[in-house]
Design a protein around this ligand. Sequence first.
Ligand SMILES: C[S@@+](CC[C@H](N)C(=O)[O-])C[C@H]1O[C@@H](n2cnc3c(N)ncnc32)[C@H](O)[C@@H]1O
Length: 285
Amino acid sequence: MSEGDKHDHGPSHSHEHRGGRHEHKTRFHDPEHAAEFDRRKSEIRADLAEKLAEMLELGSEESVLEVATGTGRAARPVAKRLHGGRIVGVDQAPAMLEVGHRHEEPIPAYSQCAGEADALPFKANAFDRAFVSFSLHHFGNPERVVREVLRVLRNGGKFVILDPVLKESTDALGAALDAKVNEVFRRTHGQDFRFHTASGIQRLLLKAGYRGARARVVTYTFDQEGMDGIPTGAHWLEIAAELEAEAPALAERLKATYFTWHKHGDALHVSGSFPYALVSGEKPQ
Ligand SMILES: C[S@@+](CC[C@H](N)C(=O)[O-])C[C@H]1O[C@@H](n2cnc3c(N)ncnc32)[C@H](O)[C@@H]1O
């Protein structure tokens, strides 16, 4: 397993201006990164994708939308549960769509479309189900995205969001740790990056007009050498190293909240847990 994000140095995120249009480029626009992303395997991701597929409560002939589909990794287990329906995946990064398009294990009943999550290229009431997997934390305007999904869902249609989340914090030290976590992730993923909490995602859906918003938090524990197999694990090691050097009180809070680490020789033993939220809501009838 090697799920942890590559340990990059320096920002791989850039802004470009072409023909007066402001383009926002992320590492997902890099074909090499897109191919590497698709090769990563993780039992945690696979297990979460199955839970997501279950939560969509697919019957038959449904029309399903995946927003920010990437290379289609989460669409694959969902497609296996579809009976006669179809999945459309939309993503802003052509490099990710291309890897999905050429995949050696094509996804049945799946088609792709280039587009922005906050300006979906679909008419209203077009889908029975919609989902977002491992992408909410990349959206600069998640409020607009969930409203767009509400627009394209039919009445009674179901939306499920799966995302790694922060544990709920209630004091100043917790808020400082959350800020540090986002700061480190932004170096690689750009200024739009922001981890949410499970209750924050639930509120996002309720505020947009979904009803019956429910959050389920799944926490995976680990006790192993290095962060292989832990989604985004490498960035958490950066956070640990920086806090240990700069802010011992925050390093202690990181240990109490997420994981502890011990160096022995060249190896690093890590032990702790990370939470993931599965949040669902329905478009009112
Ligand atoms: C971590 S990948 C997740 C891909 C896939 N859903 C999965 O679970 O493997 C995040 C994806 O979100 C896409 N993305 C980020 N912001 C987007 C936006 N505003 N509109 C459309 N796609 C976006 C990226 O291009 C990337 O493919």
